[in-house]
Design a protein around this ligand. Sequence first.
Ligand code: HEM
Length: 161
Amino acid sequence: MSGTAGGLLAALENSAVAAAIRESSWLYPALEIAHILGIVWLVGGAFLFDLRLLGLSRAIPAPALAQHLLPWSRRGLYLLVPSGLLLFSTNAVTLAADTVFHLKMLLLLVGGLNAGLFHRFLSPSSEAWQHTGIPVAAKAVAICSMLVWLLVIACGRLLAY
Ligand code: HEM
């Protein structure tokens, strides 16, 4: 990486915050734990809701389950993004050139877009699903969601080596 972007990445990596995380014996693992707790909330909530869309736990109406689970997914993001950015800062130059990191960010975008499309176009009619059944488009969103979050986790694990 060269030019302004390369300079910014180097500045981030050499910042006092990044240096403090690298030098501390507990900050880095603490951030990894926060990152994993974020994954549990985000992916746990998303998977359980996706499984409902695919036909499991039919006793609970989809809108009620969404109301219960999806705030936890949002809270997961509040943990994941800051902890991820801090982890990134410690090794910014190398990670920014890593194909696995690029793939992870792209997949994050796809996961966000998938969830956004669901909330914009499908969930407004979800009150009716208890009678009509879950539409095929919502099942497709659920499969996409499960696949994307699994791949994001796989990319994250590969980055940690
Ligand atoms: C802005 C968002 C994110 C950024 C910048 C980010 C960045 C990172 C970085 C730099 C690492 C490497 C840590 C290490 O070397 O131990 C990492 C690890 C990881 N990330 Fe993320 N991440 C983000 C979001 C996510 C999301 C949404 C997921 C999953 C749904 C995820 C899953 C993982 C996993 C599984 C690991 C491996 C943790 C470990 O094994 O210790 N990340 N992330």
